[in-house]
Design a protein around this ligand. Structure first.
Ligand SMILES: [Ca+2]
Length: 214
């Protein structure tokens, strides 16, 4: 590797590292209305950013050395920047709310599947898949791992299904899959970015001290 290429790669690595650990990630995207909107509608349904970050952290910490909740949260906010992710979240949550309001009662068979989150329905999973597709196939397998494990916020959403909240029967048919795929996509981004950094260090044959000094 010639000296100019090496210098450019070191600069890239420094930039990537600064972005990766930026402490004020929440302020970076203030002008993106949809981004704040989807965070709000998730929180209105009892899904906080912290609850998704915890889900990611608890699984990904086994694979990524020195993973912190800050890094996880930063990656989660990156996933939520994507327009197709935002649209999928809005659509899925709208169907859950419409189900609760009885909008599908005109079709008993369809309504029955929506109200009970029937495993054979499948469209909740298909819709949510478009979220993990934004992060490649690792995102997809992570999401299905989370869906099967049913831990943390996903377990809570499952337990709430069919219970009464403010006089209506809760429908979390779509949101449980949305959460699994948002978390899956976040895990994939962490895996990819850590790999990028590790690969660059290896390519440049940088020592750990040289990397820390960037
Ligand atoms: Ca579901």
């Amino acid at each position: 590797m010639d000296e100019i290429t090496r210098t450019i790669l070191i600069q890239d690595l420094g930039r990537l590292k600064k972005k990766f650990y930026h402490p004020d990630f929440r302020d970076l995207y203030d002008d993106k209305r949809n981004y704040h909107h989807v965070i709000q509608i998730l929180e209105n349904r009892g899904v906080t950013m912290e609850s998704i970050a915890e889900l990611v952290y608890n699984r990904q910490k086994n694979y990524t050395k020195d993973l912190s909740m800050t890094t996880v949260t930063y990656m989660l906010y990156e996933v939520l920047q994507k327009r197709e992710v935002q649209n999928t979240i809005m659509m899925g949550i709208a169907i859950d709310i419409a189900t609760e309001q009885g909008a599908f009662a005109f079709d008993e068979d369809l309504n029955n599947q929506l109200v009970n989150d029937k495993g054979t329905f499948g469209l909740d999973e298909v819709l949510a898949e478009s979220i993990s597709h934004t992060s490649g196939s690792i995102g997809l397998s992570n999401a299905y791992g989370l869906d099967i494990a049913k831990q943390g916020i996903i377990a809570k959403l499952n337990d709430e299904q069919g219970t009464e909240r403010n006089g209506v029967k809760v429908s979390n048919t779509f949101i449980d899959d949305l959460v699994a795929h948002i978390a899956g996509a976040t895990m994939a981004r962490i895996a990819h970015k850590y790999q990028t950094i590790t690969d660059m260090i290896e390519d440049l044959e940088l020592s750990e001290e040289a990397y820390d000094a960037l």
